[in-house]
Design a protein around this ligand. Structure first.
Ligand SMILES: Cc1cc2nc3c(=O)[nH]c(=O)nc-3n(C[C@H](O)[C@H](O)[C@H](O)COP(=O)(O)O)c2cc1C
Length: 476
């Protein structure tokens, strides 16, 4: 087989402790080979058996044309898995996997190379691939919340505590998931939520996310704290983006940002207001980890964010003729004030549970906000939305669109632009299935009569929507 290094550079690392934890969970133990393609396995440490046959140490073992293979570590082992027979289409090699001594002998890994993207059939596989690709610090940055992570878990608890009331014997032959939002026809009532430091998850960073949204047909919010910058991304997209701004200066500073947004083809701007102080993300703190968004230069101007108030909103509306979205509304009272200030989109959010701890689930807050807004503005929501049925619940309760944060981050980490695209395709399949099984063909047929309260069946946590992947959470 020659030198395995010749097959391509290694890009993907699976965390030792994660896999150990994963093995502890007793999940099935196979490596899936997409479309019967082969793999090349090189034990770089320890010894392994592949389908019951010992793999050659260091030089590796080729496995071709089997649907699945089992890998058994006979002691602590490190394995490199490579694509076979062709070099990977991207520079990406399937996975670098490690087994930890004492963690159990069985390894399970799902194919995660870019070349296999169309093979993802479920969102669970994408979440799994993301975890496999990310170092612990990046995974925790993506998925962690503030302090005890109660808000983060409540987002899921709220969604899991709503049951669906399907209507039957209705013709659902033609299901149309599209809708109108921000003056656009969108393929699904979802948007990419703004996320900072996306380059930590995948080198393409925001570029991969925005291009996938554009190709799929939904709007993307671009955080002012991610790479690449808006001037590099805007001209590449056909669909107007929303530029999300953290205020780091006075009104003239804001005006400069608005100009940048407009010149780059953005159709609206969004101010995030639930970050007057930076939440205490204990996973990061306990590792002494500082994401790029917390670098010194940024911190110096943070007081503008802290001082921002409704007077700023008023001055903004007086000075700028561009749709305004306020993100981080969590009460009917603030929704009312926002509407009075002429805000165009009320974005119900608790920052995915990353800011104030012991907040409420956003889905629980949505009905009071919808009642307060009473049709005078559009309503968005995010926080824990991971499944098609989650989206259906929010729209039935009065939201016009749902923001996706961590799920998209997982798509990006799991497979770059293609991974985000595949995530959206699978979500669309889930939504279509849910709508049809509920007896409706369009979102505007939904209402609260399709919902009732129900008991959650699992203890809510970040990955509770994906019960087939049982990572033991290291905590930090
Ligand atoms: C990695 C990451 C970075 C984020 N960065 C920003 C940001 O720069 N600006 C912002 O308004 N919200 C940011 N958020 C919050 C999201 O926009 C969104 O509110 C949240 O992720 C929604 O919850 P979900 O992740 O459970 O879908 C970030 C979220 C994540 C996961």
């Amino acid at each position: 087989m020659g030198d395995p290094a010749a097959a391509g550079a290694l890009h993907i690392h699976q965390d030792v402790a994660l896999l150990a934890a994963y093995l502890d969970a007793g999940c099935p133990s196979f490596y899936h080979l997409a479309a019967g393609r082969g793999a090349y396995l090189v034990p770089t440490r320890g010894t392994i058996e592949v389908n019951g046959t010992p793999a050659a140490p260091r030089s590796g073992t080729a496995v071709s044309r089997v649907d699945a293979l089992t890998i058994r570590a006979t002691d602590a082992a490190e394995i490199v898995l490579m694509d076979l027979p062709r070099p990977p289409r991207t520079a990406r090699v399937d996975a670098r996997l490690r087994l930890d001594e004492g963690a159990g002998p069985w390894l399970d890994a799902t194919s995660i190379g870019g070349a296999f993207m169309a093979d993802f059939q479920t969102l669970q596989e994408i979440a799994h691939a993301a975890r496999a690709n990310l170092a612990q610090s990046a995974w925790d940055y993506l998925t962690g919340g503030g302090e005890s992570e109660t808000t983060l878990k409540r987002n899921r608890l709220g969604l899991d505590s709503i049951g669906l009331r399907p209507r039957v014997c209705r013709d659902v032959t033609q299901i149309d998931c599209s809708t109108e939002f921000l003056g656009q026809t969108v393929r699904l009532p979802v948007c990419i939520a703004p996320m900072g430091s996306l380059q930590l998850l995948e080198p393409a960073g925001a570029d991969g996310v925005v291009r996938a949204a554009d190709e799929f047909g939904i709007p993307a919010f671009l955080s002012s704290l991610t790479e690449p910058q808006i001037e590099d991304i805007g001209p590449q997209t056909n669909r107007p983006m929303v530029y999300q701004i953290y205020v780091r200066g006075d009104d003239s500073w804001v005006a400069t940002f608005v100009k940048r947004a407009v010149n780059s083809g953005c159709g609206a701007v969004c101010f995030t207001v639930d970050l007057a102080l930076y939440g205490r993300r204990e996973r990061d703190l306990m590792k002494r980890y500082r994401p790029p968004t917390r670098q010194a230069g940024d911190l110096a101007a943070f007081h503008f964010q802290t001082a921002w108030n409704w007077d700023n909103v008023k001055r903004f509306k007086d000075a700028h003729d561009i749709p305004l979205i306020i993100k981080g509304i969590a009460t009917a009272e603030d929704a009312e004030i926002a509407v009075e200030h002429g805000v165009d989109v009320i974005y119900v959010s608790n920052h995915g549970g990353r800011q104030l701890d012991h907040g409420c689930a956003t889905i629980d807050v949505l009905p009071e906000v919808a009642a307060a807004v009473a049709g005078r503005a559009k309503i968005m929501i995010d926080g824990g939305f991971m499944r098609g049925t989650d989206v259906v619940k929010a729209i039935a309760l009065g939201a016009h669109a749902v923001g996706l944060g961590k799920l998209i981050g997982m798509g990006l980490a799991g497979g770059g632009r293609e991974g985000v695209l595949r995530t959206l395709e699978i979500l669309e399949e889930e939504i279509t299935t849910a709508l049809g099984l509920m007896g409706v063909t369009r979102f505007d047929e939904l209402g609260s009569s399709f919902l009732r309260s129900a008991s959650p069946v699992v203890q809510p946590h970040l990955l509770s929507p994906f019960p087939f992947i049982n990572f033991t959470d290291k905590g930090y």
